[in-house]
Design a protein around this ligand. Structure first.
Ligand code: KG4
Ligand code: ZN
Length: 355
């Protein structure tokens, strides 16, 4: 307890961010330390699982110490491990070696402190970022989850009962952003770089295919768009209009990035609004790393305002992988009686509707 409030210590290590947070009463963030490995993986153009695990192992104890120290500063009194009431940790999906570092650390704390332990589904965590951002938000609501590993539209009946209505059949949207950024020579991670450069481009200059699948389907497919961008670049080169060149009629890199972004987001927003029209829910929450995208936020805000839907969007720091969202989910799972023991494992794949 800290000032008579329930305190969760949460750990997130599913990919390339080692994060530890202290969260009071599920929604009040005392600290949320994120040690990013992006500069390490940049040289490889993507996350190298073995390297990620090693860095989690090197970082985790330091990040715990920093989270306690920052929590103390915010609380105005020293915060120590014996004030923690609950340990929450991401159990999957993600890179299994990376997840195991968080899970093993959480189990060690739970045993040493004799405190309850709760494993959290990473995507449930992303959804819960909205509960931190929007204090009066309660389920049921609809959620659009867009990240580097997931893309789905779901109905959140309760935080433990999440029904997937549509999902990607191949690449996640963040993966498409990262692959297209690589093709365009922009660097890693590609999402924020495309977000930025697309602002200088003309989204109508290059029209990429909008993949809608079957008429009624809320599923997505993003694996073809990288090939679409590659084919366009090669075709233009052969026609003497290399992308980024000064040749008459040549598109800039910013035009191609803007055209790609418009194509994927037109589909994402259209399917989300179809899901909203079919549902009785009037609140939509946005979640996942790609939720930080400025164009997506703008397009959804407009579409929701037109249809009188309440849109909840987390601050960028809560969109990216972070432990505060895991602490929030752990608190509510614990309240709902979902407890784990020291047999808790890490899972590379974990369906969202089995929480
Ligand atoms: O949720 P997240 O941090 O990790 C996963 O759970 O996958 O999402 C990471 C993904 C990456 O693909 C990254 O390129 C993308 O989110 N991303 C963005 C933006 N910021 C991060 N994509 C588009 N626009 C952004 N501003
Ligand atoms: Zn994530």
């Amino acid at each position: 307890m800290i000032k008579d409030k329930h305190c969760t210590l949460a750990i997130e290590s599913s990919c390339d961010e080692t994060s530890v947070a202290l969260v009071l009463e599920g929604r009040e963030v005392l600290s949320n330390v994120i040690a990013s490995q992006i500069p390490i993986h940049q040289a490889f153009g993507g996350v190298v699982p073995e390297i990620a695990s090693r860095h989690h192992l090197q970082n985790i104890n330091k990040v715990v110490d920093q989270a306690l120290m920052e929590a103390g500063k915010k609380a105005g009194c020293p915060v120590s491990l014996d004030q923690v009431d609950l340990i929450g940790v991401t159990k999957g999906p993600g890179l299994v070696g990376a997840l195991l570092i968080g899970v093993a650390t959480a189990k060690a704390f739970a045993m040493a402190l004799n405190k309850p332990l709760v494993g959290v589904h990473h995507i449930q965590g992303h959804i819960c970022a909205n509960l931190i951002e929007t204090p009066d938000l309660e389920p049921p609501f609809m959620a659009l989850i867009v990240s580097g590993g997931h893309t789905c539209i779901a109905e959140v009946e309760t935080l433990q009962r999440i029904h997937v209505l549509g999902e990607t059949r191949d690449d996640a949207i963040g993966e498409a952003y990262d692959k297209v950024a690589r093709v365009l020579g922009l660097g890693y991670p590609g999402g924020p770089l495309i977000d930025k450069i697309a602002k200088e481009g003309d989204p109508t200059k290059v029209a990429f295919k909008r993949v809608l699948l079957e008429k009624e389907s809320l599923d997505f497919s993003f694996s073809g768009i990288k090939t679409g961008v590659l084919n366009y670049i090669h075709g233009e080169k052969q026609a003497g209009r290399e992308v980024g060149s000064t040749a008459v009629g040549a598109a800039s890199v910013a035009d191609v990035a803007a055209g790609f972004q418009q194509a994927v987001l037109d589909v994402v927003v259209a399917k989300t609004m179809t899901a909203m029209a079919r549902s009785k829910q009037r609140t939509l929450v946005l979640a996942g790393g790609v939720a930080a995208n400025s164009k997506l936020r703008g397009m959804l805000a407009l579409a929701c305002a037109r249809t009188d839907i309440r849109l909840c969007v987390p601050a960028p720091v809560l969109c990216t992988d972070n432990a505060a969202m895991i602490g929030c989910a752990a608190y509510y799972n614990h309240k709902a009686g979902r407890l784990d023991d020291l047999t808790l494992d890490a899972y590379a794949n974990l369906p969202l509707d089995t929480i």
